[in-house]
Each structure stands twice: as C-alpha cells, then as structure tokens.
Design a protein around this ligand. Sequence first.
Ligand SMILES: [Zn+2]
Length: 283
Amino acid sequence: MPAVSLREILQPAFEARYGVGAFNIVNDLTMAAVLDAAVEVKSPVIIQVSVNTVKMWGARLIQQMFAEMASRRPVPATLHLDHCPDMEMIKTCLAAGWNSALFDASSLSYQDNLRLCREVVAFAKKHGAGVEGELEAVRGIEHEVDSDAQEELVPVERCVEFIDSTGIDCFAPAIGTAHGLYKTKPKINFERVEAIVARRRTPIVLHGGTGLSKETFKRLIAAGCAKVNISTMLKITFGDSLKNYLEAKPKEYDPMKLQKAVHTDLLNMAKGFMEIFGSAGKA
Ligand SMILES: [Zn+2]
C-alpha cells in the first residue's frame, strides 16, 4: 500500500498500547527485509534512516526505493529520518516525500530548540509530514556515564510545554536508555514516561532499544512508548549473518545467495521484535 503518515502509525499504537518498531535500515537489502518481516507477521512498521545513510544514498533515492517497496506490500509503512540536527537535510528529505523526521536540537538551548522545532513542524505540515521532537540528548556508548550519576533532566512541565508549543507528533524524553550496547543494566525511568503521558496524550519514543529485556519493552510500551527504535541490533545481525555465511561457505561467490541468507536473518530479527512489541497482527 502507499506510505502512510507517522501519526497514522503511532496514534492507534499509542491508544491500544502496542509499540511499532522503527528499524534503522542501511540499504535496499535491509529495507526489504524489515518490510517483509512486517508482511509476514502483519505489522505496521517504521523504516528509519540515519543521517550517514542519507549522505551515502541521497534523500531522493531512499524515498523512491521506499515508495516502490512499500506500495508492493500490504502493511502500513512510513519513512522516517532519525536524529538530524541539520535543518537543510530535514527540509530536503521532507520535500522529497519522506513522511517524518526527528529534529535533534538537543545540543541547543531550550529557547533555540523550541524556535527551530516550530520551524521544522511548520515546514513538515506544508509537506504532509510529521515530526519527532526531543529536548535531551540520548546517551550513547561513546559518552557512557557512571550509572550512579544523576542525569540532568528537563522538568516534566517543560516537556509538556515543548509538546504543546511545537505541535510535534511524538516525543523522545531521556528515560535512562542509551544508543549502542549496554555495558551495565540500564536504570529505566518508567515514571517519567507515565508522568508525561498522564499530562499529554502524545506517543512517546523509545531510543536505544537494542539490549533491553522483554519485560522492559512491555512495561515501557504499556506506559505509552509507541515508537521503539532498533538500530544496533540490525547492524549486529547484518554483520554476523555475513560472517557466518562466509565462514560456513568460503567458496560461495554468488552474491544473490549471500544476500538471501542475510535477508532471512534480518527478517527473523525484525519479526522477533514485532512479536515482543505487540504490533504483530495489528496491520
Ligand atoms: Zn536515537
């Protein structure tokens, strides 16, 4: 079916408390595998793309590939630009027909973030697209902090003000998750998700999904996390799949067979998450 908006995917998920996986694809093979997983388990899906992937392939090619692949599959799918601090890149993608973007102004002051995020929302509206907003930087393995250290959190009331005055479609608060692989068990701030959702019925976005337990996913989704980002696990599956295949068949030079093996492993990885998130059967 033709691509749908981020809101059309997230609103029913938020209301019924299931999560929709947003998988950071890197090329045609990974995009097809994630979409095929959605078809197999009848799940809505978010095809998410990092800035570096856009730089490699170009906004137009990714959008056209997505439009073509999505139109041939009977599940709701949307194309989303992940963590982008570059206003020009966001505008290029949205003007090229992408469905939504995360404007990442977490390094800016609150006032600048607010002002620029409003500009992104206004531009997105003109193009029928949606926007994910955030106020705090999501921690990453490269800046791992002492797990006992208290994070400087934006007060919940300010998050609500940000949601209201920007008009974003979903919000990504800092809740103790991190990008990359967890070295120690993360301390998840479930209460923060509950507090924001109690004040505003806005779908919450969970960053740093790779490595969280099934129970953590389920609790966060029950609290209102409707978009669940999976990036690191896709990269690991991709790499391991290639490695395993070539180790098992060092004389196999047919790229089609190699790609088929990777496709199967990626498909199973994505299906597994869709089952855990409860989105399977919802398309
Ligand atoms: Zn993220």
